[in-house]
Design a protein around this ligand. Sequence first.
Ligand code: DP6
Length: 364
Amino acid sequence: MDDKRPLDVIDPDSEWECTVEAPVNIALVKYWGKKDEKLILPYNDSISLTLDETVLGTRTTVSYSATYEEDCLVLNGEEQKISSRLENVIEEIRRAFRKHAVRNKMNAQNLMIMTRFRFRIVTENKMPTAAGLASSASGMACITFALCTALGIAESVDMSRLARLGSGSACRSIYGGLVQWEAGKEEDGSDSVAKQIYPAHAWPELRVLVLVVNGEKKKIGSTKGMQMSIETSDFMISRPKQCKDRIQEVCWAFQAKHFPALGEVIMKDSNTLHAICRDTLPPVNYLNETSEVLIEFVHDLNSIIGEVSVAYTFDAGPNCFLVFQEKHEHLLKWILSQTFLDSNGLLNTDKPKFDNDENLYADL
Ligand code: DP6
């Protein structure tokens, strides 16, 4: 297969392919709830930190040809039915491509062949899927990036808008560093896009450690959980304003590199998300006993250090993301291994349960 996109005359029997990677992002002020289910327009603004894709993320290869009969998706080695969301993403990318081709005066014969292209999308997550580890964020961002790169439109479209149609949080994984997703005001979602607030190198000492407490698929996915909260939790009423205020605090803390201020907002917003979930009817509980022990551990550690030096945050799952600065990395890892794993690095049954010691991931 040719790994280059066709430029001049296209042979309709040829196949092309490209491979890209996309990272996970972890929300510091969380997205929870939608104004529009189909367009995936969020109820509130959110802000996140994009992690290093070599540790946690997704790798996608897209091959495409006019000879393929239909689009197909292989996720983690298994062929899957293409979801209606992914169908929307592919359709929207085809539309963007047609616009781009017309604008760039692509010859009519090539355009005809290219509109007959069907895609084979092979995608692999580097972490458990659907376990509250943001696999849908990196997954949809990666597929969007791969399709746009394959068609040569990655530079000319807003990929965050396209990725959003696959999964809301995916729009933030298009950019690195500190990324804000504004809910937007337009009904068609054209202004509901992510933008980078600060690149990762603006605060190079910042670290995220991911503790995989449980890699199993969660019982109630985020899509369902947030729908239930919108319908039943009164806490949602004040949420949009609360998020705007907290996002400002995050941006200020980032600019000032003030970790205690950042850590406090991060923990408060994680706690708010899980309070909303508990206020939902029937209540949704994403945290487990180990998550609760980790929350207590972080507060105890901070009080020993004398200021907020480590912050936890949990998405829709029991797995814990710890945010801290490089100067505390060794101490934190050492205390974690002393407290939660036995001398062989194996599970200590008296202590909270992790899947195994392989599940300590560091974002460096
Ligand atoms: C708790 O993006 O997975 O991780 O848009 O329905 O696909 P859909 O939901 P998803 O929800 C993520 C929710 C969250 C918070 C966040 O990432 O902001």
